[in-house]
Write a protein that binds this ligand. Structure first.
Ligand code: HEM
Length: 218
């Protein structure tokens, strides 16, 4: 026999009235969500095709030219999504992705929290210190990798100074490879923390909205 789950009365009443306790706020505007999922998808394309171009896997029968096309097209898309996010940040005067001095000061406390040495995380604004530092490092490294990518794409025609600055093609390849490894090491941390830390923020990066936390007492 099937057992029916009975909701607690006050809870079911609230649901019936369509009322949720607390205020529902817009936490992630539409352009941030478009940037997030568009960038996540195109960066995945860049990283996977980049690794294949760097050292083709024997078990994959893919054409080098096709892989190169995927790599370049994904890069243009990713650059487009970054341009959308920068424009959005300028129009809304949103500084949430720029780390401030307090982010550097609070980072050790945040690490202590993640290592179970503190019971609560240090105070945060929209993003915590770790997020602000990591997102900003992604932004800078993505721009550096794009610049080096274009320098090798237009070999000898444009951006020759960038080519010379890093000391030639082999160095350029190694810098891009190291940046790829940094992304591959930090993205799983981002996904793990997004899925385990605060599910309201996870909801907001999809729907845009989350419930405003109650004001702190004292
Ligand atoms: C399944 C995969 C992913 C999930 C579930 C996810 C989840 C999230 C969540 C929940 C936030 C908001 C964090 C908060 O408010 O505390 C966020 C922000 C962000 N994520 Fe992801 N993420 C994913 C993949 C990626 C990938 C692959 C990248 C690219 C490197 C990325 C880059 C970012 C950036 C840059 C932000 C800040 C958004 C902004 O304000 O512009 N995410 N993500």
């Amino acid at each position: 026999m099937k057992r029916q789950i009975k909701l607690r009365k006050p809870f079911s009443k609230e649901l019936k009235k369509g009322k949720v306790k607390g205020e529902i706020i817009l936490f992630q505007p539409l352009w941030v969500r478009i940037f997030h999922w568009g960038f996540a998808l195109s960066l995945t394309g860049i990283l996977l095709s980049g690794l294949e171009l760097h050292k083709p896997a024997e078990f994959l029968a893919v054409n080098y030219g096709d892989m190169f096309k995927i790599h370049v097209i994904s890069s243009w898309f990713a650059l487009g999504f970054v341009a959308i996010r920068c424009t959005d940040a300028l129009l809304r005067r949103d500084h949430s992705l720029i780390p401030k001095l307090h982010n550097f000061k609070l980072f050790p406390k945040l690490l202590a929290y993640y290592l179970f040495l503190r019971t609560s995380p240090p105070p945060r604004r929209k993003y915590n210190s770790g997020q602000a530092l990591m997102y900003f490092s992604w932004f800078l490294l993505f721009l550096l990798a794009s610049l080096l990518g274009f320098a090798s794409y237009w070999q000898g025609e444009h951006l020759v100074w960038a080519w010379r600055l890093v000391g030639g093609f082999q160095h350029l390849r190694w810098i891009k490879f190291t940046i790829t490894i940094y992304f591959l090491a930090t993205i799983p941390v981002h996904i793990y923390l997004s899925l385990t830390e605060n599910l309201s923020h996870l909801q907001a990066i999809v729907s845009g909205y989350e419930r405003k936390p109650p004001p702190k007492k004292g």
